[in-house]
Design a protein around this ligand. Sequence first.
Ligand code: CU
Length: 462
Amino acid sequence: MQRRHFFTGAALSTAAVAVASVSRVALAALPEPVIMRGTATAPPLAPTTGRPYRPVVTLNGWTAPWRMKDGVKEFHLVAEPVVREIAPGMQATLWGYNGQSPGPTIEVVEGDRVRVFVTNKLPEHTTIHWHGQRLPNGMDGVGGLTQPQIPVGKTFVYEFVARRPGTFMYHPHADEMTQMAMGMMGFWVTHPKAPHPLISEVDRDFCFLLNAYDIEPGASTPKVNTMLDFNLWTWNSRAFPGIDSLNVRLGDRVRLRVGNLTMTNHPIHLHGHEFEVTGSDGGPWPLAARCPEVTADVAVGQMRQLEFVADEEGDWALHCHKSHHTMNAMGHGVPTMIGVDHLGLVKKIQKLIPDYMVMGERGMADMGEMEMPLPDNTLPMMTGTGPFGPLEMGGMFTTLKVRRDQAPNDYRDPGWFTQPPGTRPFEWTGALPATSRPANPVAAPAQSPALTVKKPGADHKH
Ligand SMILES: [Cu+2]
């Protein structure tokens, strides 16, 4: 892989020299691609030309600037290998667009004519499919079916009118298993050109893609053949605690746009509020189809718009409700030890391996607190620290921070919520009623089944 990158890079610098020697007119034919290296959530990119709209905020991402040329919005996407920090302490070698995975969000207005230049700097061919769009068949981006693949080093031009407003995404339709497992995807939002009866104006409009990677602890390149057993569950290729909080003002109307490009469904759950699903990649939903929810399942290849009024102050968890999707790598091979009494075993092993710890005897929370020594470039299974200690989370988890004094259009993290006095559970220090059950039923000797210990390779001894 390194050698291939090296040679690709060498070929590209040669190409750059060649381009530099052609005329300025020829150069101006293509908008310069804008490359992003950071992982911070970029502030919304207000439109400077064309019809006005309230821009979205891409969680730990950014929106691609465009060039208006003869009334056409021109974007330039560069498909290329990228390095993405999944969370502090872990870098992944992915493929993406314009320096990041996911690529930049594309924002246009209903009725806009859009031209996207796609330059292929990958080591293999690619295409881009514009998921959910109405467009001419030849612009649909399915390699082999609607167009020839974009060869390595070449630039193809897609052009169509963004015919319907809504929430969309883009991704390759070429060697999909590899290219999507490597992180190639991006968000697309088409804003309505005029007030729309089924599309509300919101104060904050966030978007993110659900994605997943299988990267062995200590490695950095995803295993692209994995079908189900991923170990990094991410939003916009970030895992908690690498996912920024969603910071809003008390009373804001908030929209979350979520798209799923993983291999399984994700029930997205918000604490402290009810939301309505107001639309999908199929378009805005009729009012009669909306109902209050606190969890919305986003199936594979689906997109959902979740809308609510943020009318409860606090730090509210926002996460996938599959408990294995709110943890990071390293945990899945650990055997269940709850109720197992290790007696003096640990001390004996520690004579040989001083750092040895037994995990899970009392549950797994120890892992959140201790964060076992890890190989380089991986993330603890249960991690993050809040105002009251370890959060014991990972993966698809973040917080919605609702604050009375968050200024309009201020997206900065306000820090932890200060809870009003008397609004938190407290320790009961009075008398407890006598219990009629054994204190620890698992350890009660009378109920324990007889165990036969069998050593490997010693079948004759019992
Ligand atoms: Cu999930």
